[in-house]
Ligand binder design. Structure first.
Ligand SMILES: [Zn+2]
Length: 289
């Protein structure tokens, strides 16, 4: 158990006007690049795996890998289950040693989502999980996709209603809430602007940390403003996947005879590290251990 838990860093970020990136990964090569970035910049590190990521790596294996880095590098590292869609997967993640869980009940009717989220909060808090994140509105856009379309049209009435958000947090007891103010999953040619006025209203009414999903292609100015207004965490996945895959393709194309993984992967790790460093600098979590 780390002395300063994830909640401590969320609190510090909120007070000081910076945010933590949640870096999603599904391979050790990605993880290596991300950890190297955080170590170099002395940033607390939040890692995430979706059901797809951990379905590939294995929940226990993911947790063990993260433990191994944590013991070695001497910076605080936290592991969050991203978009768990059932109580079962959340329980398995907790069992495997995840530090935080995100239960995504956004596809359920509101009341049912409230009931299940509340149960998850109780069982997670009994098991030394420091942050449970809830969600009651689906973040639009397909996960981790570089979309061909120009942009995604969002309607303001699909954004988070401050009163409903306050009720959700009060009734479930979640520590963090994913809010919808204009971010989308995946990267479009032009991602939508953020509704910062709505964010202010949510912040006034809601008694929990606020987090954003789908920060990959959001206009940087808007994202920074949202962070200054109290958003403590932004998920980053698409850009890391793109950096990994694009560099891997390049390396393989340039070295068609090479078959040794430890010769193929170093430039891939390096590219992932570069993207992670850029995000850490942008979100302001460098030197915040
Ligand atoms: Zn998400």
């Amino acid at each position: 158990m780390q002395r300063k838990d994830l909640k401590y860093y969320y609190g510090k970020a909120e007070k000081e006007g910076w945010a933590m990136a949640q870096f999603n990964f599904s391979s050790d090569e990605q993880l290596k690049g991300i950890v190297q970035a955080a170590v170099k910049l002395r940033s607390p590190l939040l890692l995430g795996t979706s059901e797809g990521d951990s379905g590939f790596l294995g929940l226990e294996q993911t947790s063990a890998l993260v433990d191994a880095y944590r013991e070695k590098v001497g910076i605080p590292i936290f592991l969050n289950l991203d978009h768990g869609h059932s109580i079962e997967i959340v329980e398995q993640a907790i069992e495997a040693g995840y530090d935080a869980v995100h239960f995504d009940g956004s596809r359920l009717p509101f009341e049912e989502n409230v009931q299940i989220t509340k149960r998850i909060v109780e069982l997670a808090h009994n098991r030394s999980v420091s942050v449970v994140e809830g969600e009651f509105q689906e973040v639009p856009g397909k996960h981790s996709t570089l979309h061909e379309e120009e942009t995604l049209k969002l309607k303001a009435d699909e954004f988070t209603d401050p009163e409903q958000a306050a009720r959700f947090v009060k009734e479930t007891g979640v520590d963090a809430l994913a809010v919808l103010i204009g971010t989308v999953h995946g990267v479009y040619k032009q991602n939508p602007r953020l509704d910062l006025i709505r964010l202010q209203k949510i912040r006034k009414q809601v008694q929990s940390f606020l987090v954003l999903h789908g920060g990959s292609g959001t206009p940087p100015k808007d994202l920074l403003a949202a962070i200054k207004q109290g958003v403590v965490k932004v998920n980053v996945s698409t850009e890391l996947r793109a950096a990994f895959t694009e560099q891997l393709r390049k390396t393989l194309a340039a070295n068609p005879k090479e078959i040794t993984p430890y010769n193929i992967f170093p430039p891939v790790v390096e590219q992932v590290q570069k993207v992670a460093e850029k995000k850490i600098m942008f979100f302001g979590s460098s030197q915040k251990i």
